[in-house]
Design a protein around this ligand. Sequence first.
Ligand code: 5GP
Ligand code: ZN
Length: 112
Amino acid sequence: MDCLFCSILEGAIPSQKVYEDENVYAFRDINPQAPVHVLVIPKEHIPSADAVSAVNSGKVAAVFEAIPKIAKECGLEQGYRVITNVGEHGCQSVKHLHFHVLGGKQLSEKMD
Ligand code: 5GP
Ligand code: ZN
């Protein structure tokens, strides 16, 4: 399967690792939109949040268990934002479920 983030997980494409456990990998976004911009992904290939089901939701829970650890590691004590884009209208460019963790500055109230 041709998936950029699966290639990153395999090490075929280099990434700046921030966190890793059995189910989760986190790395710096190549085009950061905030002083801290980390992508957190399940190691299992799930195409998007629209493909989450009872079969794979444990892997998504593992991502959310990792996020507070990642936020602490990145110094986001003052808060942060977690975003996942879905499909064309959501501007999802990589079809492997990922959560953007953004912070390190006062973020905008605007979300679109
Ligand atoms: P999306 O637009 O699908 O929500 O987010 C995809 C994210 O992946 C974008 O923020 C983009 O900057 C990031 N990205 C794309 N290619 C690479 C890459 O090769 N390495 C890293 N670290 N991030 C990437
Ligand atoms: Zn993938």
